[in-house]
Design a protein around this ligand. Structure first.
Ligand SMILES: Nc1ncnc2c1ncn2[C@@H]1O[C@H](COP(=O)(O)OP(=O)(O)O)[C@@H](O)[C@H]1O
Ligand SMILES: [Mg+2]
Length: 237
């Protein structure tokens, strides 16, 4: 089934703060399903772009469309986002998941069991979420993000600083849900992760997209001089 939120088109999108163009007339079109990874140096505007795409901030200029439609509540409802630092309720693991479904009037214990199993937290269902390790917390956040079967999942450095076992569990899930038609757009600093997961790389610098290239070609021969410098490990100013 085609993904109703594709294509994504961002046309001349700017975010301006104190006279600085943090996103600077950014153009981006994403048509392909699978996993798109956004890379680029610190301060490039990656997180701002993702927040814009999820409707958490609105752009000062330009337009964003999902499947030809402008951003609206119904579209945001079909998206989920996972941040670098997990935010959880001070309740049990199970209750953190139940809350989301009750909030949307779609409570179903089978869905929760499935989600817990998927992220390997079934044995910790009754434990307080506060007591989980960092990796377990992030797996719980991912399970929560996927409970509503989103058409689009955004991740902002979601596996930075995680233990390898949790990172692997999360990467395996991302691969699986992307094959089952959830579009994934993820920011990562981890070149290895991008090579393992990405179908396409979007490379950003100074509030713009420098290039958008299939992953294999990007790591083999990036087009932009900015991406070439970044992959060589040069400082990009
Ligand atoms: N609310 C804000 N007000 C002013 N400047 C901001 C705000 N949010 C982000 N910035 C600036 O915008 C630039 C891009 O930020 P960000 O999208 O977080 O970069 P990245 O995620 O690529 O590291 C940075 O220079 C950052 O300091
Ligand atoms: Mg960021």
């Amino acid at each position: 089934m085609p993904n109703s939120l594709l294509p994504i088109t961002a046309h001349q999108v700017s975010i301006i703060r104190k006279g600085r163009r943090l996103l600077n007339s950014l153009d981006l079109t994403i048509t392909n399903p699978g996993i798109t990874m956004i890379m680029g140096p610190n301060g490039a505007g990656k997180s701002l772009l993702l927040r814009c795409l999820h409707g958490l901030i609105s752009s000062d200029e330009g337009e964003i469309h999902f499947g030809q439609k402008p951003m609206e509540a119904k579209i945001r409802y079909r998206q989920s986002m996972v941040f670098q630092s997990p935010t959880l309720l001070r309740r049990s693991v199970y209750a953190n998941l139940a809350f989301v479904l009750k909030d949307r009037r779609m409570f179903d214990p089978a869905k929760i069991d499935h989600a817990l199993n998927m992220v390997g937290l079934t044995h910790l269902a009754t434990q307080s979420a506060r007591l989980l390790s960092g990796g377990e917390k992030q797996r719980l956040v991912l399970a929560r993000a996927l409970l509503t079967d989103p058409d689009m999942l955004f991740l902002d450095e979601a596996t930075s600083n995680l233990d390898p076992a949790s990172t692997k569990i999360i990467e395996d899930i991302l691969r699986k849900v992307s094959q089952a038609s959830t579009k994934i757009i993820a920011i990562t600093h981890d070149l290895g992760q991008a090579k393992r997961l990405a179908d396409t790389i979007v490379f950003m610098h100074q509030g713009r997209v420098c290039e958008q290239t299939p992953s294999d070609a990007f790591f083999d021969q990036p087009i932009s001089k900015e991406a070439r410098a970044f992959l060589k490990g040069d400082l990009l100013l």
